[in-house]
Design a protein around this ligand. Structure first.
Ligand SMILES: [Zn+2]
Length: 529
């Protein structure tokens, strides 16, 4: 069996998670489900990045200890992923004792390999991003190039990692592994950044204490990114006695790290350099997607344009949410989301196109054949074209999935759904019924059912509640719901049970719904999450 390991970034423990983080997590969950369909042994990791000055400050504001503060946030995050049916195999926390011990070992290994030295750091520091910036980056206004907040000069004794030493090895690695960083545009960004020259990286702090202490010099805590990035390995126990998970998923598996573009450099430069330093193979693919922009702006609590998953799931169901955010996945460019887009995609793709197709077809199977539809050969050009389109769709779907273009993969399913709907208009089953052309009618219904079965199998990772309902009404076997060897006409007969109600109830008043969603956005904001 082949192994597959997929990870989200571990989200920073600083507040409530919005649909930007939900996009990454749902992406990983759906992708793991897809790989499972293909017979992989999968491991899906998410978690929480719990150290750093920002956490220390927030906890103090709330009058609780940092540990109490991150405990609350970790529970909240777990609850949200459960609510969205994102089923991680492991939830890693950087305050876990086994993580802490392994990070301390990592630091010592880097030190033994001559990659760490003690020096003095002075620079422009953003507390929010926990990152130092150069004078050019902060400009005359002295603001953080990443979050826009004021930065200040910080000077402190610090350990440094010899990142400069890894510029050449990194470029060589990227060159010899063309699929390492995806999409291509992100790869080019990384290459040009490295070519500007890499400076050694400050990897400890002594100005605050909420972090992992360096054993040999405990007034220093490990820089939060060094601490955080290694979660992908500490959660596999790579420096513990039992290395079976590490062997299975890291050394012998396909590994994919999924991140948003703002943390590309940490994952494409620091992370592989850290691995090279301790002689762990850089055995992963990095997929960095774009941002969700709400009403044309990056989502941010201070801008008041944050939308939370619960608002949308409550109104239109979990499937609509998972479908929407992946159908609109900001693959390389950013995606602008609005409540009206959400509603129209829901009404168009799920209610009108797919939901309606399934309802109509099941009703016809019931009405014309009491649900019992045997396989019927045909030379009807419309039906043959539907079959051809379905087979092409399956192959295109896999091609796009290989490139992480889940949005395009979903578009291909949509096209097949449209083609299937069109067959009903082209073949006019009710006329065939009236004219008593039973053989022809049976072929039409059989072909429609086959198309619906194929669409449902492809939708399994996204419409996680609806696909099983359709299978139950189609009375399919596990074998017929299998993505491997999925093909047209490989089911001999159908025993269909018609649906009691619509799969996706229509939103009849989009204007009112839009207003209510916007009001909810503001309401959530006023809670001060
Ligand atoms: Zn910042």
């Amino acid at each position: 069996m082949k192994n597959f390991y997929i990870t989200t970034p571990i989200y920073y423990a600083s507040g409530r998670l919005h649909i930007g983080s939900a996009c990454t997590t749902c992406f990983c969950d759906s992708y793991a489900r897809y790989k499972k369909q293909l017979g992989y042994d999968t491991r899906f990791l998410t978690g929480m990045d719990e150290h750093g000055q920002k956490v220390e400050i927030k906890a103090e504001e709330k009058g609780i200890s940092p540990q109490e503060y991150v405990d609350i946030l970790a529970e909240r995050a777990k609850k949200l992923w459960k609510y969205l049916e994102c089923r991680e195999d492991y939830f890693v926390r950087t305050t876990d004792q086994n993580h802490i011990e392994q990070i301390q070992k990592v630091f010592e290994m880097m030190q033994e390999n001559g990659d760490i030295y003690l020096g003095n750091y002075e620079g422009w520091y953003c507390v929010s991003c926990e990152t130092f910036f150069t004078a050019t980056e902060v400009g005359a206004e002295h603001v953080c190039p990443s979050c826009g907040k004021k930065v200040s000069i910080v000077s402190e004794e610090s350990y440094f990692f010899r990142l400069s030493k890894y510029a050449k090895p990194l470029l060589d690695y990227i060159d010899s592994h063309p699929l390492f960083i995806q999409p291509e545009s992100r790869k080019n960004e990384v290459i040009s950044f490295i070519k500007q020259g890499l400076e050694d990286l400050s990897i400890s702090r002594s100005s605050f204490s909420w972090g992992i202490p360096i054993k040999a010099n405990p007034k220093h805590v490990v820089y939060v990114w060094l601490d955080a990035l290694f979660n992908y390995l500490t959660s596999l126990g790579f420096l513990e006695d039992d290395k079976s998970l590490y062997d299975k998923y890291w050394l012998e598996g396909e590994v994919v790290h999924v991140v948003a573009k703002d943390i590309l450099r940490f994952h494409a430069i620091f992370w592989p350099a850290f691995l090279m330093s301790i002689n762990v193979p850089v055995n992963f693919t990095l997929f960095a997607h774009g941002w969700y922009l709400m009403m044309g702006d990056k989502m941010s609590k201070s801008k008041g344009n944050v939308i939370y998953p619960e608002t949308l799931v409550k109104r239109y169901g979990l499937d609509s949410f998972r479908y929407y955010i992946l159908r609109e996945l900001p693959f390389s460019d950013d995606t602008v989301c609005t409540p009206e887009d959400y509603i129209s995609r829901y009404n168009n793709d799920l209610v009108n196109d797919f939901g309606n197709l399934v309802s109509r077809t099941f009703s016809m199977a019931d009405k014309y054949f009491q649900g019992h539809v045997e396989k019927e050969e045909t030379d009807n050009p419309y039906l043959l074209d539907l079959k051809k389109t379905a087979l092409e769709t399956i192959s295109l779907y896999h091609d796009y999935m290989k490139e992480f273009k889940v949005n395009k993969a979903l578009q291909e399913i949509n096209k097949l759904v449209s083609r299937t709907n069109k067959v009903i208009d082209e073949t006019l089953p009710w006329t065939l019924f009236k004219e008593g052309q039973t053989k022809e009618l049976k072929a039409v219904i059989y072909y429609l059912l086959e198309a619906i079965r194929i669409e449902s199998v492809l939708y399994v990772p996204y419409l996680i509640e609806t696909a099983p309902i359709i299978f139950a009404h189609l009375n399919t076997t596990k074998e017929e719901e299998n993505l491997i060897n999925l093909s047209f006409s490989n089911k001999n007969e159908y025993n269909v049970v018609k649906l009691e109600g619509p799969l996706f109830p229509r939103e009849n008043d989009p204007d009112k719904a839009k207003e209510e969603i916007i009001k909810d956005m503001e309401y959530e904001l006023s809670l001060g999450a």
